[in-house]
Design a protein around this ligand. Structure first.
Ligand code: FAD
Ligand code: NAD
Length: 473
């Protein structure tokens, strides 16, 4: 194996592995340095997303949804089941298999594309030289004509709730409980808090979420957030806003001290998940001599094309500005590979969709009403509730709605906000429309199959022009 490559990527999460595959497709010799070791001791590709992020969390969300359906939601269909049991060990084993199958798949893709996987820690010691330190302590230097930094992120920790990895855990630990905790506390009612809180709540935990902000899901459209909050409350998720956690004490249980508008409060739980955001992995990335520019929060400074301040060094994914989402990192990885190859790679940051995989799901793309008001952009909205669609009725999943926002003068679609069944899939239609600079009228003139949930998108588009058919405008 030669130590010289066209491209060296550090980090094999979605940003790094997509960059590497696209580089290899474009004929460049490519190596990826990654140090991730799965809980069974095996090194694994795929980064946070495949090993301890998107995929395992969705595997548990699916299991818990199935369990909850059988135990709580099928009676109206005339289905009752007795003796339904949950095998947490099997649930976790299935999740592990899903993870292993997918990370093994990335390994196969690396082989097929002739990408070398250099296992261990990578450090940029000169702008085009990466030092690999293996688990046994040995090290070796490799050079790349270009280097792509894709080292991802890790959970933020807070002094008031230090992890003991048994009773107080981060999202990694929340994927590994061996039994359903009777009482579960969650610090941070953000994306991870809501998803992991939902998993364990559906399986029987009493869940309390302590959120610092006074507003629920602050980045989300207000109408959508309010609908979701009401649904979650109905499901038994106890979401407490405006809470400042001041300390924790571990005995047989975890005692959490916090303050809210009524003064000091106490909460006792069996497990506590801390999910208050993530921060970039940049601390062990460069030797002192390498003058890589970081921002004040430790993210690598990049331009629109993900170029850093160092020549031929790029950075993509969670380690740079923008939303910490797998698909955002993937697109940046592909863009950078194409730019290295002299092509016109591009990411449209205006059309990155967000999804929260709760029940109902929450999904959005583009701007909110609040953002448009602030920017002084005139707009019209069209809202259509799932309750008025035949398909949602047939499914008995009628909560939520689709809201579309279009420019008041040009009708160009500026944002879509969905809370309801299959919002994760439905949002794609709005993303495509926005990518093609389409209008609400374009969506309104598009034929949607009946009966489908997508009819709610169609009707919301009609509602922008006050001509929805299945509701009073
Ligand atoms: P990562 O996936 O973090 O990969 C970075 C890799 O680099 C890791 O393997 C790491 O070990 C390795 N590494 C770091 N430093 C070095 C070094 N110096 N040398 C060698 N290797 C190094 N996003 C979504 O879009 N959808 C979801 O549903 C979703 N669910 C999530 C659920 C959870 C519980 C969590 C925690 C995250 C979730 N995310 C989700 C976020 C998503 O996982 C990240 O946005 C995504 O993984 C970022 O990809 P990345 O390639 O930038 O970094
Ligand atoms: P988040 O930013 O979504 O939510 C963190 C929440 O914690 C916020 O509401 C914040 O106000 C609150 N908070 C911060 N400090 C606090 C404190 N001391 N006490 C109480 N509350 C506090 O972060 P996350 O849930 O940790 O997730 C991290 C990132 O991972 C997400 O932003 C997202 O980019 C990614 N992620 C995405 C998905 C998805 O796409 N479905 C799923 C999980 C994670």
């Amino acid at each position: 194996m030669s130590n010289a490559y066209d491209v060296i990527v550090i980090g094999a999460g979605p940003a790094g592995y997509c960059a590497a595959i696209r580089c290899a497709q474009l004929g460049m010799s490519t190596a990826v340095v990654d140090e991730f070791v799965y809980k069974d001791g095996e090194p694994a590709l795929g980064g946070t997303c495949l090993n301890v992020g998107c995929i395992p969390s969705k595997a548990l969300l699916d299991t818990s949804e199935n369990y909850h359906r059988v135990t709580h939601q099928l009676a109206s269909h005339g289905i009752t089941a007795q003796g339904v049991e949950l095998d947490v060990k099997q649930m976790i084993a299935r999740k592990d298999k899903v993870v292993k199958d997918l990370t093994g798949g990335i390994r196969q893709l690396f082989k097929a594309n002739k990408i070398d996987w250099l296992q261990g820690h990578g450090k940029l010691v000169e702008p085009k030289t990466v030092e690999l330190t293996r688990a046994d302590g040995s090290s070796e230097r490799y050079t790349g004509q270009s280097v792509v930094l894709a080292t991802g992120s890790r959970s933020v920790e807070i002094g008031a709730a230090p992890l003991d990895h048994q009773k107080i855990v981060n999202s990694d630990g929340a994927l590994e409980f061996t039994e359903v905790p009777p009482r579960l506390g969650v610090i941070g009612a953000g994306v991870i808090g809501l998803e992991m809180g939902s998993v364990w709540s559906r399986l029987g935990s009493e869940v309390v979420l302590l959120e610092a902000q006074d507003e629920f899901l602050a980045p989300v459209d207000r109408q959508v957030a309010r609908t979701a909050q009401k649904e979650f409350k109905g499901q038994g998720l106890d979401i407490r806003l405006g809470c400042r956690v001041t300390g924790t004490q571990i005995n047989d249980a975890v005692r959490v001290s916090y303050e809210d508008k009524n003064g000091p409060q106490e909460l006792e739980v069996d497990k506590l998940i801390v999910c208050v955001g993530r921060r970039p992995n940049t601390d062990e990335l460069c030797s002192k001599e390498v003058d890589l520019l970081l921002d004040e929060r430790g993210f690598i400074n990049v331009d629109e094309g993900c170029k850093t301040n160092l020549p031929d060094v790029y950075a993509v994914g969670d380690v740079v500005r923008g939303p910490m989402l797998a698909h955002k990192g993937q697109e940046e990885g592909i863009m950078v590979a194409e730019r290295i190859a002299g092509k016109a790679g591009h990411v449209n940051y205006e059309t990155i969709p967000w999804v929260i995989y709760t029940d109902p799901e929450i999904a959005w793309v583009g701007r909110t009403e609040a953002q448009l008001k602030k920017a002084g952009i005139p707009y019209n909205t069209g809202v259509f509730g799932f309750a008025a669609t035949g398909r949602a009725r047939a499914m008995d999943q009628t909560a939520g709605m689709v809201k579309l926002i279009a420019h008041a003068e040009t009708d160009r679609l500026l944002g879509a906000h969905i809370v309801g069944p299959q919002a994760s899939e439905l949002i794609a239609e709005a993303v495509v429309t926005m990518e093609f600079a389409g209008s609400a009228e374009d969506l309104a003139r598009t034929i949607h199959a009946h009966p489908t949930l997508s009819e709610a998108v169609h009707e919301a588009a009609l509602a922008v022009g006050k001509r929805a058919i299945h509701k009073a405008n």
